[in-house]
Design a protein around this ligand. Sequence first.
Ligand code: ATP
Ligand code: MG
Length: 565
Amino acid sequence: MNKTPLEDATSNGAESTGLNFIEQVVVADIQSGKYDGRVQTRFPPEPNGYLHIGHAKAICIDFGIAQKYGGVCNLRFDDTNPIKEDVEYVDAIREDIHWLGFEWGKECYASDYFPQLYAFAERLIMTGHAYVDEQSAEEIAQQKGTPTTPGINSPYRDRPAEESLDLFHRMNAGEFPEGAMTLRAKIDMASDDMHFRDPIIYRIIKRPHHRTGTEWQVYPMYDFAHGQSDYFEGVTHSICTLEFVPHRPLYNYLVELLMPEGTTYRPYQFEFNRLNLTYTMMSKRKLLSLVQQGLVTGWDDPRMPTLCGLRRRGYTPQSIRDFVSMIGYTRYEGTIDLSLLEHAVRNDLNKHAARVSAVLDPVKLILTNLPEGHDESLEMVNNPEDLSEGTHIQHLTRELWIDRSDFMEEAPKKYYRLTPGGLDVRLRGGYIIKCTGCEKDAEGNVTAVLAEVYLDSKTGMEGSNRKVKATIHWVSTAYALDAEVRLYDRLFLEEDPSGIPAEELKDHLNPDSLIVQHAYVEECLQDAQVGDHLQFQRVGYFTVDPDSRPGALVFNRTVSLKDRR
Ligand code: ATP
Ligand code: MG
């Protein structure tokens, strides 16, 4: 079900109490003393890729609930598949969570529980709840049946427990090749719930694990490891996305088998709608493919929806948290308009970004009534939204760079900027000027715009605040710095790129997703630091790219000043 961003933002279930539906459960559990008032959550990324904006939504609720209700949120790396996982990802995930502004209680790994999970599997075998199946995964899949027809029992289903136990031990000792056999929970091949039809709970993998090396040759499946890990850690509210709803009965079944008799503590799973964004691909597998195919420069390419990409693009942690809180948590799937994320970052940057000038399509402006060598220091307000952010100096000289679009030789009536004999225009933070003409080359291209300054009109002078219809930005030709600006736009042309197969990604990229241009920027940007947020007046919000060097400045456009629709 698709909702407009506004409908979605206002229907997050928070109307009556101000709490979303998961918080309502948490509050009720605290009040009823269900866990003696304890609140414990976890964020369980699989370290097989970098975190993306969708993960930010999960992080904000997992950590946010713990923070708000005096609990803890553990960071749990769900590292049960050594084939796809890497320490590179573990480090990046830590960094991104910190950057978003959250702190975890314990750092845990599903692999920490391999011994306990293995012992639990042995117990299931010995109590008749699991068996070793020697069929291939394909054969097992063929016997699964359909939601309306029951599955077929495996010929190995009723083998003696001792035999399964022996085989399970030998699977782990490395006696059998990958795929030769699996351990399956023995539940019900006729169950209405397909997940209960003897799910595979352990498989043989011979690849070394990034933490446990070659200690294990059998690895637990997600459904077997997740609820048990929650249990071992003492999680109270295990929050995940809606695609896990069908797994919940199995989660409950396995947790209940594991709980010692007579005990009451156990975790419960709660699901919310995952984040889908227009023009954005969220699958880690496909994001990895973009990187591997060289279609982007890396996981932190500013066009990627990864947190490191958004950071490099100039998104702030606050803007991402604001966005997540705007869209809220519901129990129905939907797609959020990318413009809402852009709105959130604009809103935050408007409060904090320093205003400076940059000219991307320059033409020279000569102020003909100023003497050669004129050099005046003007004090510019960094942020009119927050005067405590101070001022900086910009030099005004006889020759300036202005944007080519701010001059027209033959202008239509409603053109309020520079045109010979037209209206007066203010140079931002400086004088009011009047355009007197222009210079052209042999082909008729304008090479310089000519104007005269009203010497008594400088910003701040008494009586100088005469109203003009247009204010334009400028930089001094003598002081301006050269810079590279990278203008980013959405990576995909399709509104919903999620279905594009990995091999076809290259055919669906927006050819204008990156436009590199030269710019003249204000001299104060000499010392701009990576991560500084700037508003290039009338152009957009920008940040300093890590590629930037003194003398070879590089700026990334975070977002344009206005929504283009
Ligand atoms: P992908 O499908 O992109 O590989 P995943 O769900 O396998 O993602 P995990 O590392 O397992 O990625 O995710 C960790 C947590 O983040 C899970 O609890 C998952 O539900 C949540 N999560 C992942 N993607 C989203 C999303 N788009 N919106 C909200 N939460 C998400
Ligand atoms: Mg996952």
